[in-house]
Design a protein around this ligand. Structure first.
Ligand code: PSV
Ligand code: MN
Ligand code: MN
Length: 429
């Protein structure tokens, strides 16, 4: 296997951290034992947690105003996979990459698959892109794609999704994520019902082409790029579409795609109930689809989402098998550092949610002891599980502190010497 970060460097980094990590882990174990939690059982559970990395996340993002390139940015999907391999090598909870087409298009997918394997990662859900026009594309998506009034444009968008399925089969993916920017910018521009019917009709063709063991993830988003209406704007439209399409179709929740203050964890609970929760695109936001690092603004919300997920798993919710992925845009940080930090943050919230005393919580809920119910969640959320996560990473060959090990490795500088600067550009990429 091609390990980008020197194994010796990680071993030395961990050797330096070992004494304090072990001590902190023991102290945490003592605390948790008093709460009747077996830290070893907890460790095994958390060690199995995995979150996918988006291939587009390792490049520097941008806003619609400007893009300020970083150093040593990946030039193509092979570089992106290499960067994802670095993330996985250091955090050990990101074993898969979610590719986006046509951005990640290559001529030989077997070669790409082998490249990924060599870098210690596999492929997660494939993402289609009918929200931007590509060079030499015959018909434009300016006025929509899968829901366009013109049947020719819809057919082109369907064909692209079918191609994504075909590529995904070659890469070993098991799901297609469909997010469209279709909507309208002015009242009267589009006929709401006809547009939704066209969405269902186009997606039916895609759905019918899915292999039996695949899923179709329908991703909703309240607004942007359409600023008046969006066809799949919320979980209501998403659920309606998923239920109409059939059992392979499910609703994907991107944390940044809701109105401010939306109770996302409750949406999660409803989708679990409907057996239609596809999974997540994790990120954080203050205002809109900010795509900030997971848990950087509202870690409690992320914890509450995991509280629902752990509850669903522990109560044996039917057909519950969510897919976890990051979906972030990094404008001012090193994308590798942000993705590593976010992966660990998501893993942390999962561990904290596992610490909720559910027997006590149920009793407080049933006896209307509001304060103690809230405190039960807070007790879990306030538990610092850092040494547990460090121990898991170290035992798996990752780094006690991934960002410090990454910086010590000089990987970004090495890449800057190999990969030419991409130069500034304007607008969303
Ligand atoms: C749209 O905002 C989104 O969240 C979708 O998941 C896209 O596929 C992704 O961002 C990449 O632009
Ligand atoms: Mn997303
Ligand atoms: Mn988004």
């Amino acid at each position: 296997m091609t390990q980008q970060i020197n194994g010796q460097l990680i071993a030395e980094h961990n050797a330096q951290a070992a004494a304090r990590v072990n001590l902190d882990y023991e102290t945490l174990g003592e605390q948790l034992a008093r709460r009747n939690v077996d830290t070893h059982v907890l460790k095994d559970q958390v060690a199995r947690f995995a979150v996918a990395v988006p291939s587009w996340g390792v490049g520097t993002g941008g806003t619609r105003f400007a893009r300020f390139p970083g150093l040593g940015e990946p030039r193509h999907v092979f570089d992106k996979i290499q960067d994802c391999g670095v993330i996985q090598q250091l955090v050990r909870c990101t074993p898969t990459v979610s590719p986006h087409f046509p951005w990640d298009k290559v001529s030989d997918y077997q070669e790409l698959r082998q490249h990924a394997e060599a870098h210690g990662v596999g492929f997660d859900a494939v993402n289609s892109n009918t929200f931007s026009d590509q060079k030499d594309q015959p018909l434009s998506y300016k006025f929509g794609s899968l829901t366009h009034a013109d049947a020719g444009v819809r057919a082109q968008a369907v064909a692209h999704n079918l191609e994504c399925i075909d590529i995904g089969k070659q890469l070993g993916s098991k799901a297609l994520t469909v997010w469209i920017g279709d909507g309208s910018n002015f009242p009267g521009q589009s006929h709401f019902r006809r547009q939704f019917e066209r969405y269902l009709d186009s997606n039916r063709q895609i759905y019918d082409a899915l292999p039996a063991d695949w899923r179709m993830f329908l991703e909703h988003k309240m607004f942007e790029p359409a600023f008046y209406s969006t066809v799949i704007q919320d979980w209501g439209s998403s659920l309606l579409a998923a239920q109409t399409l059939g059992p392979k179709a499910r609703c994907l929740v991107d944390l940044g795609h809701h109105a401010p203050n939306t109770n996302i964890e409750m949406i999660v609970a409803r989708l679990v109930h409907a057996r239609k929760l596809a999974g997540f695109h994790f990120n954080d936001s203050k205002y809109g689809d900010d795509d900030l690092d997971s848990g950087s603004i509202n870690p409690f919300q992320l914890f509450l989402v995991f509280n629902e997920l752990v509850d669903a798993a522990q109560t044996g919710a039917a057909e519950f098998d969510p897919a976890y992925m990051l979906d972030q845009s990094h404008n001012v940080t090193d994308p590798i550092e942000s993705l590593m930090t976010s992966a660990v943050t998501v893993q942390r919230c999962y561990a904290q949610a596992l610490l909720v005393d559910r027997t006590a919580l149920t009793a407080y809920q049933d006896s209307n002891d509001v304060l103690m119910a809230a405190q039960t969640l807070k007790q879990a959320f306030h538990t610092d599980v850092t040494p547990l996560l460090q121990k898991i990473r170290m035992e798996a060959g990752g780094a006690a502190d991934p960002v410090l090990a990454y910086r010590a490795s000089g990987y970004r500088k090495q890449m800057a010497a190999i990969r030419p600067a991409s130069g500034p550009s304007s607008g969303i990429v």
